[in-house]
Design a binder for this molecule. Sequence first.
Ligand code: ZN
Length: 113
Amino acid sequence: MNKRELKKFRTALQEKRDAIVNATGKKPHWENMADTRHGDFVDQASDDNEVHVNLKLLQTDAKLLRAIEAAIERIDKGEYGVCAACGEAISVARLKAVPWTSVCIDCKGKKSI
Ligand SMILES: [Zn+2]
């Protein structure tokens, strides 16, 4: 992969990272809930469900964020686009679809990473 392509991936990864940071940096929904907890039991139950959904989303984002930062690090080290499992080159098509991936499609199929 040439430098121009690497730079494109780096920019795309940074933009994705910024988008996640901006989205999760907002005040968490449940912090505002103290005010809404005076409803009846049914309202409160649905509030709790929303909290679970929010927490789940945040965990997914944190995982993705780590993967993106690791990918940017690999670009800086010159290791980007090489499968962490088998050492073969990851196809550019796969990197375009999932730029933060660290394994090729074969290894992903085998290990379900
Ligand atoms: Zn592989």
